[in-house]
Design a protein around this ligand. Structure first.
Ligand code: NDP
Length: 328
């Protein structure tokens, strides 16, 4: 029996339980490409899956891990060949399909994008789904016409994974960035990524007025709930806010005032089912628009055995920046 090391989540009577185990290769799911994951990463959603705090996992047993960078081993898919370096994120990996925290993955070739030539597999996962989502949000703001000339922009949940990469990309693009954080002790870290102003999370946490003082031309929100409502009410005339997260809650207690009186746009960001063309553009842009020195400064590294503890930390909001996971 051939097995490989993996984090495996099993269903229990009270919920689910995750542990490091030997996984039987015969139980891999259908797919036309077998990949050897070399690096993965820890995202908020991985934290939810491993702790069982939200129903992310849709089949058991599950190997969690929503993204990987690795090498193609065997395949029956026409687009790839053995030895190709690839990235995979989303498409249900770690949710409905066995995921990245294992030494082997069998997936669909259509889900893969090539690892950009100038990027290592480790850097790709330092970026990971969080960074790629930040890039999608920046692209969406740009598509809406928000430029550095439009005025300052705000990033919420700034010391987290999506937030840190968003701050770094926006600053690289020449934006003046306000970083909102619940961890004022991370002010120097956020200034190091390029933020010009740091505000406390609580400034945006209370009930939102229909219209607040116009502060920002745009925003990237990873928090949701009253935070997103406040950002919307403080967005300038014809500005836009890209909403991609729910770290503070899934509700959105707002009014139509910002939309009908200030022409503000709320831009939704989904990374999971994003069409391949957008994915390739985003990964290409990440090659040029994200300073690798800043990426290194926001990244820490763990092995498979440390993933479960790190998962608890990320759902408690104790992780700064990005965590890469070395597989194998
Ligand atoms: P992280 O845990 O790394 O970052 C989230 C940050 O939000 C924290 O670091 C903290 O930042 C802030 N935060 C946490 N709890 C609260 C709270 N109760 N109230 C206000 N702020 C809070 O997660 P990620 O960056 O990986 O993900 C961020 C969000 O984006 C998650 O909700 C995730 O599910 C979502 N996401 C969505 C994707 C999509 O496709 N739409 C893809 C990837 C992520 P600070 O300490 O600076 O305040």
């Amino acid at each position: 029996m051939a097995t490989f090391k993996a984090i495996v989540i099993e269903k229990t009577e009270t919920g689910s339980k995750a542990g490091l185990a030997d996984f039987d290769e015969r139980n891999l799911m259908d797919g036309d490409v077998t990949v050897r994951p070399e690096w993965s990463t820890l995202n908020y959603k991985d934290g939810l899956a491993i702790t069982g705090k939200a129903p992310v996992v849709r089949r058991f047993p599950m190997i969690p891990g929503i993204d990987l960078a690795g090498t193609v081993e065997t395949l029956t898919h026409p687009e790839w060949k053995a030895g190709d370096k690839v990235i995979l994120n989303g498409w249900g990996l770690g949710e409905t399909h066995l995921g990245a925290y294992g030494e082997k993955a069998r997936v669909k070739g259509n889900w893969l994008v090539p690892l950009p030539a100038g990027m290592s597999a480790r850097d790709a996962m330092a970026i990971g789904t969080a960074g790629y989502t930040a890039m999608l949000a920046v692209m969406e703001l740009e598509r809406h016409g928000v430029t550095p000339m439009s005025g300052p922009v705000v990033v919420t949940g700034a010391a987290g994974g999506v937030g840190s990469v968003a701050v770094a990309i926006l600053c690289h693009r020449g934006f003046q960035v306000t970083a909102s954080t619940g961890r004022p002790q991370e002010a120097d870290y956020l200034k190091g990524l390029g933020a010009t102003e740091i505000i406390e999370r609580k400034e945006l946490a209370g009930p939102a007025k229909p219209l607040g003082k116009e502060r920002w031309a745009g925003g990237i929100d990873t928090v949701g709930s009253t935070t997103l409502a406040n950002v919307l009410s403080m967005t300038r005339y014809r500005g836009a806010v890209a909403a991609c997260g729910l770290a503070g809650g899934m509700d959105l207690p707002t009014s139509v005032a910002p939309f009908i009186l200030r022409n503000v746009s709320l831009l939704g960001i989904d990374s999971v089912m994003r069409p391949t063309a957008d994915r390739r553009t985003a990964w290409k842009r990440l090659e040029s628009d994200l300073d690798r020195g800043k990426l290194a400064a926001m990244t820490s590294e763990i092995g498979l055995a440390e993933v479960i503890e790190a998962a608890r930390n990320i759902v408690e909001g104790r992780v700064r920046g990005r965590i890469v996971v070395k597989i194998g």
